[in-house]
Ligand binder design. Structure first.
Ligand code: SF4
Length: 76
């Protein structure tokens, strides 16, 4: 199973939790909203397997449920 992710920016309140948990993936755009910096927030690049648990934690801890996770059976 491969996991891709993106931030629904319209729901992001810039709290920084996702960046604190997974700075390898999340960063902030010029408007201060979180995004997946690894694939221009397109949810097309599968995460490294060792980062998946942190991704799930970040999605769980996001106060506005802004982090989307897309599961794929094979890499895209
Ligand atoms: Fe935005 Fe959620 Fe990340 Fe907070 S945890 S910065 S609300 S995406």
């Amino acid at each position: 199973m491969f996991y891709c992710t993106k931030v629904e920016k319209e729901r992001c309140i810039s709290c920084g939790a996702c960046y604190a948990i997974l700075p390898e993936v999340f960063d902030f755009d010029d408007d201060g909203l979180a995004e997946n910096k690894t694939d221009q927030n397109m949810a097309t690049l599968p995460l490294e397997p060792e980062l998946v648990d942190l991704l799930l934690e970040a999605a769980h801890d996001c106060p506005t449920s802004a982090i989307l996770i897309i599961k794929e059976k094979e890499a895209v």
